[in-house]
Design a protein around this ligand. Structure first.
Ligand code: ADP
Length: 439
């Protein structure tokens, strides 16, 4: 990040320096050129106004302008283009000037001017020609640095300036990145704060996402810890009972007619252990499940199977179990759906009163729907939110006595989530419970 900021800052600075330099040089050079042309025009007019070159008795051989005007070249041209006088070279050596644009202009329009580049490109020569009253032309010229030459002359200063700016940029970017990063580092250190504030408004969504993820990670870790503690506790209870009864039997400390009861207790606790372990394994399987096999399944058919299986169970408790199903097809996993219906119906039977009723309804009005309704003991308002948690039971002893593990609804919730469905719970204490799954 530091390097990136370094590079960008230096790049911007260099660009700024170069473009400013270019602009200033161009403007300056324009002014400079205009000044030279003005000066030349003034000099030419001054020379013309002296009428020196118009006097009848002038002898070009006697003219001497070289000493005082070494910066200024003066050329006098006759009306046929012959060079009569030049203060820089001998006039006889110079070619006819009638082909020079500034001279042609002067003969035609009274004045003519032009800028010519010297061979080396370093210098430009400015010419200004003026027509004298006697039909000859007087031309003045001067040399000035060309644009590339001016550029070259400032190059060392520019290079130095760029070096200086780069040094400032590096120092500045160090300072800036430290200032920019510090609040972000502080934010990272305080991720667990619930009122975590992002240092920059632009980072608000990022900070929010980070905070949520952090909270998720923490709550997942806590859930895992709780679950492990709960599992150990739940397994320990029946195991302790089994060991206790076995020791009594082994020590021959039980009357013959009481032994049968102990065998029954051992069997009951072993069965409880087994169903606990089964449910735990099932939950961890569902936890791992990412893409279960989904197919077109008929909810009515699956519900019929589940109800048939639990019929005996319901009868034993003197509960009336009914199914009212229209053919309803969903995209889902057959095995999981059977498990879901069985768990819900089993609960409706388990937490019911003798002579009670359990209705299973499947229909497709406003989308596929499964309803399991009972007129049993109901769930107190305060517990309704938590019954889907692992090992959460409203009445622990009743759940245990009826073979519950406290994991049934957690499994249901898992299956519902895997099917992108939604489950609602509507319950009133001593009136009954209705569970609805919307697909
Ligand atoms: P369990 O194995 O104890 O039944 P579940 O996860 O299936 O565990 O249910 C959690 C708790 O929710 C149960 O212990 C019970 O207190 C309550 N519960 C679930 N279904 C019903 C219902 N139909 N009527 C009343 N209480 C229910």
């Amino acid at each position: 990040m530091k390097n990136k900021i370094n590079l960008r800052l230096a790049g911007i600075a260099i660009l700024a320096v170069l473009s400013t330099l270019l602009a200033i040089t161009l403007v300056y050079y324009g002014l400079f050129q205009r000044q030279i042309r003005n000066d030349l025009a003034v000099s030419a007019k001054l020379l013309k106004d002296t009428h020196y070159f118009e006097s009848a008795d002038i002898n070009p051989a006697n003219i001497d302008l070289s000493t005082n005007t070494s910066e200024l070249r003066v050329t006098w041209i006759a009306s046929d283009g012959t060079v009569l006088y030049d203060n820089d070279a001998s006039a006889s050596g110079l070619a006819n000037h009638l082909d020079r644009p500034e001279i042609i202009d002067a003969f035609n329009n009274g004045v003519g001017e032009i800028v010519r580049q010297s061979d080396t490109m370093k210098q430009n020569t400015f010419y200004y020609a003026i027509l004298l009253d006697n039909g000859t032309v007087l031309r003045v010229a001067t040399n000035a640095q060309s644009l590339p030459a001016i550029f070259m002359s400032v190059a060392p200063v520019v290079a130095l300036l760029i070096l200086l700016i780069m040094a400032i940029c590096i120092a500045l970017s160090h300072l800036l990145t430290r200032q920019l990063i510090k609040p972000i580092e502080e934010m990272a250190d305080n991720l667990s704060d619930s009122d975590l504030q992002s240092p920059y408004r632009e980072l608000d969504p990022f900070a929010e996402k980070l905070r949520l993820q952090h909270a998720d990670v923490l709550s997942a870790a806590k859930a895992r810890q709780d679950f492990t503690a709960n599992v150990s506790h739940e397994l320990k209870t029946p195991l302790t009972a089994i060991v206790g009864y076995a020791e009594l039997l082994e020590g021959d400390m039980v009357l013959e007619d009481k032994k049968h009861h102990l065998y029954e207790e051992i069997e009951k606790n072993a069965k409880r252990l087994l169903s606990l372990i089964n449910d735990i394994i099932r939950l961890s399987e569902l936890d791992k499940e990412r893409s279960p096999i989904f197919e077109e399944i008929n909810l009515a058919e699956i519900a019929k199977d589940a109800v048939n299986m639990l019929e005996v169970n319901a009868k034993q408790r003197n509960i009336e179990l009914t199914l009212e199903a229209t053919q309803t097809y969903i995209h889902g996993n057959r095995e999981m759906m059977r498990e879901l219906i069985e768990n819900l119906v089993q609960n409706a039977i388990r937490y019911n009163n003798p002579g009670g009723k359990v209705e299973v309804i499947i229909n497709n009005t406003d989308g596929p729907k499964l309803i399991v309704k009972d007129n049993g003991i109901g769930i107190p308002d305060a517990d309704q939110k938590r019954v889907f948690e692992r090992f959460y039971r409203v009445d622990k002893s009743r759940s245990k006595a009826t073979g519950g593990t406290g994991l049934g609804l957690a499994i249901v919730k898992h299956i519902v989530d895997l099917h992108d469905a939604r489950i609602t719970l509507d319950s009133k204490l001593n009136v009954g419970t209705t569970m609805t799954v919307y697909f």
